[in-house]
Design a protein around this ligand. Structure first.
Ligand code: LRH
Ligand code: MN
Length: 393
């Protein structure tokens, strides 16, 4: 085969890989969000989960790779979850992961499933089990568990006892999971707790999941690590153990900033996607979810840009000449090996993705296509009155 023939077939293979990419958008990214200082409302923001799904469907319409939407309970509480799932399918999307919320009730000041008071623990567990009931109604196979549980001062509570309480609750949820269902355990270094967080890092989450069994895996939120953490190492390690359930993609310059994935550190996102592909994690089993807040930028374009950032990082990671890299690594050719990765990273993959979109019957420029669609003008005119959706805090 001629060199150009090889290049064309290589390109075709990469496009095939990119075509089957699946990125899940979060319902809460379409609602108002902010910081403790201010939540800036925006025109056209959805007032209920039905409108959130309609906005998410626009992201899939223009990117072709965002067919599912994660829900957050109770932010997306409705009377009939099966009807909500039907509405989603009419829009050409589906409901994805169900996110629990045991971080906004007054009773959870000192913790939820780790709270010293058994009555509070029972209440928190009740919510987690209710989320599994909702999965049964929406047809979701993934429950995402994040706990804000922690303490603010040394001595406030017993670290060991809280781990026992956490393990007890996780075992009860694990027991309740049905056929084909799993839960993803999310860790976070700090915030809202500022001294000790009960699930602070991947090691703690991994250890709990290992004890529980195959239906328990770890989710890596890219904003939940100490500055300087090598996240792709965590990805490689968890993949090797079969315990990487998925990602909450976003980016940050400082803490859990929840900015658009790839915005702060596109090179890190590339390195993460390279380890995903190298580790056999580029499959439907790995949940690639966005977990972001568009505090000041328009929300639907923010989601479209984020999906495109993941596509670009993935395309570059798929371009890595694995044979050349492996040979250089074998020969201890440090600069050669690094160059193999950097050559891929420094490749402009935007023309390749534009070509792929055209082959998928999409506009090569999703941002321009959305702007031209008039959808924003439509929702800004229609969605007047009622309470705009938000974090309800
Ligand atoms: C916690 C978190 C978690 C969600 C919330 C919206 O910081 O990352 O994944 O429940 O954000
Ligand atoms: Mn998250």
């Amino acid at each position: 085969m001629t060199e150009s023939g090889q290049r064309e077939s290589g390109k075709a293979l990469i496009k095939e890989e990119l075509r089957r990419q699946r990125i899940e958008t979060p319902s809460w990214a379409y609602g108002n969000s902010g910081t403790r200082f201010k939540v800036f409302a925006q025109q056209g923001v959805p007032r209920d989960p039905y409108e959130k799904l309609a906005d998410a469907a626009q992201v899939h319409r223009h990117t072709g790779v965002a067919p599912t939407v994660a829900l957050h309970i109770p932010w997306d509480k409705v009377d009939d979850y099966a009807d909500l799932a039907r509405h989603a399918s009419e829009l050409g999307v589906a409901i994805g992961a169900i996110n629990s919320n045991v971080f906004q009730d007054d009773d959870y000041k000192l913790g939820s499933v780790t709270h010293p008071d058994p009555a509070v623990r029972k209440k928190a567990l009740g919510h987690l089990l209710e989320c599994v009931d909702i999965m049964d109604q929406t047809g979701s196979d993934t429950l995402k568990l994040w706990f804000s549980d922690g303490t603010n001062y040394p001595g406030q509570d017993d670290i060991r006892a809280r781990q026992d309480r956490l393990a007890e609750a996780l075992a009860a949820v694990y027991e309740r999971l049905g056929e084909g269902q799993r839960f993803l355990l999310e860790y976070k270094l700090f915030e809202p707790a500022f001294y000790m967080t009960d699930l602070p890092d991947w090691g703690a989450a991994y250890a709990h999941c290992l004890k529980l069994g195959p239906k328990a895996q770890v989710v890596v939120d890219t904003g939940h690590h100490a500055p300087g953490t090598n996240i792709e190492f965590i990805v490689a390690f968890l993949l090797r153990e079969g315990k990487l359930g998925g990602f909450d993609f976003n980016s940050r310059f400082y803490a859990d900033d929840d900015l658009m994935v790839g915005a702060a550190d596109p090179f890190q996102l590339f390195r993460i996607m390279y380890e995903v592909i190298r580790g056999g994690g580029y499959t439907g089993e790995t949940a690639f979810m966005l977990d972001q807040c568009h505090n000041i930028e328009p929300k639907i374009p923010g989601q479209i840009r984020s999906v495109m950032n993941v596509q670009e990082a993935t395309a570059k990671a798929l371009l890595v000449d694995r044979d050349a890299l492996a040979a250089a690594q074998r020969e201890g050719d440090v600069l050669g090996a690094n160059a193999a990765l950097m050559d891929a990273y420094n490749t402009d993959v935007r023309p390749l993705l534009a070509e792929l979109r055209e082959e998928m019957g999409l506009d090569p420029d999703p941002m321009a296509a959305y702007a031209r669609s008039g959808y924003f003008e439509k929702i800004a005119a229609e969605r007047v009155g009622g309470a705009q959706a938000g974090w309800g805090a």
